[in-house]
Design a protein around this ligand. Sequence first.
Ligand SMILES: C[S@@+](CC[C@H](N)C(=O)[O-])C[C@H]1O[C@@H](n2cnc3c(N)ncnc32)[C@H](O)[C@@H]1O
Length: 301
Amino acid sequence: MYHDTVLLQNIINELDIKQDGVYCDATLGGGSVSFEILKKLNKGVLISLDIDTDAIDYFKSEFKVKYSTNIDKNSFVFEDKTVNLVNENFSKLKEVIKDIQVNKLNGIVYDLGVSSFQIDNPKKGFSYMYDSNLDMRMDKRLKVTARDLINGLYEKELYNIFKIYSEEPFSKEIARNIVKRRKMKSIEKSSELVEIVRRSIRGQAYLYRHVSRIFQALRIKVNNELGVLSDSLLLLPDILESGGRVVFLTYHSGEDRIVKNYFLHNDNFISLYKKPVYPTEEEISKNRRARSAKMRVYEKK
Ligand SMILES: C[S@@+](CC[C@H](N)C(=O)[O-])C[C@H]1O[C@@H](n2cnc3c(N)ncnc32)[C@H](O)[C@@H]1O
């Protein structure tokens, strides 16, 4: 399976979909959210974005399987609904909808982070489970990989990335050992980084807890995940219709804080929940990824 979507039915219910509305799935991934939106539309418009071309290609192949329709274009009409697949960053949402000649949206979903497909694909270099090249770009148009950061940044910059994005307690030691090691030979593979973390945590248990924090911090930096989220939030007052909803699924405290703080004193929106919505224990037991998920929903006044 490409991706097991967390809180899928909650997302769809919260969007409160109008049949002829215009909706945006800002993070297409395996397409489950987009397919559910499509089912509810009649003469409506769906705009689905992903920075990873694999997600766009996968959606097209799944579309063929589900509806026995061969599509090769990124914009097409199906049963009176218009579907637009866009390989673009959601920080460019304003330009994207302008290009499609849409004025405002009735709802947007952000299901942030990486998909299971991306993590499980050794070529993308997100996981320490495979000995892969340290790439970590979701968008192949980006120029800088995790390998470039590890071999090119100052020790203090590496320390800041590990400390700020993942609150790794051994950030200092890990940054220092990366710099020491790369003086002998550049660091290319995930196994080399795992080995550096192993030596830096001085015999502590749960090596992979530390490793996964370091990998997550690098991924966030490579893809500027917090920066593009902040940029995209600023667009919302202009691109959402009055009464339109925006649903966020976050998996990282930094992401959640950015979303929460943006809406805290924003007079353009009301928050539909005082506290975030969490997946049930049952969902968490079936889908490990759900354990760190939080959903927040806002409505444009
Ligand atoms: C958690 S997955 C989404 C899963 C999807 N909701 C589903 O049901 O399968 C996140 C997806 O968002 C994409 N993505 C991450 N940041 C993005 C950004 N700034 N702009 C557009 N797509 C992004 C990733 O490439 C990934 O495919």
